[in-house]
Write a protein that binds this ligand. Sequence first.
Ligand SMILES: *Cc1c(COP(=O)(O)O)cnc(C)c1O
Length: 225
Amino acid sequence: MDGKGLVASRLTAIRAQLPAGVNLVAVSKFHPVGALLEAYSVGQRVFGESRVQELMVKHDELPKDIEWHFIGSLQTNKVKYIAPFISLIHSVDSLKLMQEIDRQAERNNRKIDVLLEVHIAQEETKHGMHPSALFELLERGEWKSLNHIRIRGLMTMASFVSNEVQIAHEFELAEHLFSDVKKQFFSGDESFNLRSWGMSDDYPIALLHGANIIRVGTAIFGARE
Ligand SMILES: *Cc1c(COP(=O)(O)O)cnc(C)c1O
């Protein structure tokens, strides 16, 4: 089948279902710039990538009003490449990474928004901090002196299972965790307000459990090669 128009129509259909206040990140990893341009042509401006090299190439080639989100695991030695332009890093899972993002943000005279990635899924393969590690990090407080990052909220991934009850339970845990963290560490901070959960297969469930950023790839762009 001719793919022309398919990306645009899938994207438009998904957008039409989203409640106000939910931000859709079009996860474009492994897809060619032509596919991103098709999404762009129907108004999509937020794209998510998970590899630094690929992101840099796409950032170079595509229109400058795109807001790039980094969603993959990020090595500290690569932060410098994306620091000049990245809008939101979803996948921050250590103090060391926060410190490096802060350092590179300062070098670029900017503040970089980040999410703390938590591991809630039962599978051991996922990235992110266990909730206990998250609280420990926040309690230690070093992050408070990092003036060039802004912690905007939490990100998580549900288990890769078909059991919707389990997925709903995991997103519910994420929602509660967000409230607890907000109350304990960010109560006066209106910018701590982002809840990034939900992908192609589970975003409708995520939306029932507090997500206000969803990261959708396959349902927009089709299967990745
Ligand atoms: C690839 C990826 C997605 C998108 O997954 P789809 O199932 O293709 O929608 C979302 N979040 C993260 C962290 C990813 O790596």
